[in-house]
Write a new protein. Structure first.
Length: 137
């Protein structure tokens, strides 16, 4: 199996779809149905990427993203939010919480897989061998 992806989604059909898609593309997918278990499961599974539903019972995906990004051991793991929220400003709010990627439901299979690949792609090295980084302030 390839890179490891933790999938946090309370809807059983979406969880199965995301995990099946990821496995079909060579990824090791670990399902999490209850968002309250996501942080601990991320510590144990050590994923290369976390796919996070935003609207879940008990705890919001935004809250989980903030928890993960404030955890020293987990904050380096990229997070792709997958949500039915598609109102103006939602993507900015989700990215502001710390998500590096955003895909709206219903998902396009092609866009979903492309977004996963983009977040898992290694940084492009510059000619001097240093990885490309965003310019500073």
């Amino acid at each position: 199996m390839g890179q490891k992806i933790l999938v946090v989604e309370d809807n059983e059909l979406n969880l199965k779809l995301f995990c099946d898609l990821l496995r079909a593309h060579g990824y090791a997918a670990e399902p999490v149905r209850d968002g309250r278990e996501a942080v601990e499961r991320a510590r144990v599974f050590e994923p290369d990427l976390i796919i996070m539903d935003i609207q879940m019972p008990h705890i919001s995906g935004l809250e989980l993203i903030e928890q993960i990004k404030s955890d020293e051991a987990l904050k380096v793991i990229p997070i792709m939010a997958v949500t039915a929220y598609a109102a103006k400003g939602d993507e900015e709010r989700i990215r502001g919480a710390g998500a590096e990627g955003y895909v709206s439901k219903p998902i396009s299979v092609l866009k979903f897989v492309e977004a996963v690949r983009a977040l898992l792609a290694p940084p492009v090295p510059l000619p001097d061998g240093e990885p490309e980084t965003a310019p500073g302030p």
